[in-house]
Design a protein. Structure first.
Length: 146
């Protein structure tokens, strides 16, 4: 998807279809179940920072925002991806009041654990070669489940 010669409109449509599939398959459930245990470890007066690496169209971050509002949690949400079109698509699909930042950057260069409380990455590792997968896991202490 990142290398096929398509228009932005087709690319955006693809990301929106992918988000519908993720909703239907409950793709955000493991992340939400994992993250719901975390707030007790953080002071209520400061937001919990979450960085979504390889965020695609931003659907996971929108799900996290909706979930957090229902729990009255403060989250500082940022999505990072390498494709400027996915950044544009994510921003255009996200209401401003959700206060989610989307960045275009090398996802591996921006994974310094000191910048964030949690790094999440869902349905992403299939895009990585072996060396980048090892680097990703060493930086994030990740648990990979299929």
């Amino acid at each position: 998807m990142d290398t096929d010669p398509v228009s932005f409109k087709e690319f955006d449509h693809y990301l929106r279809d992918l988000e519908r599939i993720n909703v239907l398959t409950l793709a955000s459930r493991p992340t939400l179940l994992w993250l719901k245990r975390a707030p007790a470890d953080f002071p209520a007066e400061r937001p919990i920072s979450v960085r979504d690496v390889g965020r695609g169209g931003g659907g996971m971050l929108r799900q996290l925002r909706k979930w957090a509002r229902g729990k009255n949690l403060k989250l500082d949400l940022t999505g990072v991806g390498v494709n400027p079109w996915s950044t544009r698509s994510a921003a255009e699909s996200t209401p401003l009041e959700m206060s989610i930042r989307f960045e275009t950057a090398d996802r591996l260069a921006r994974m310094d654990p000191l910048w964030t409380d949690f790094i999440v990455s869902s349905s992403f590792t299939q895009h990585l070669g072996d060396a980048d997968l090892v680097k990703t896991c060493s930086v994030t202490s990740c648990l990979i489940s299929s």
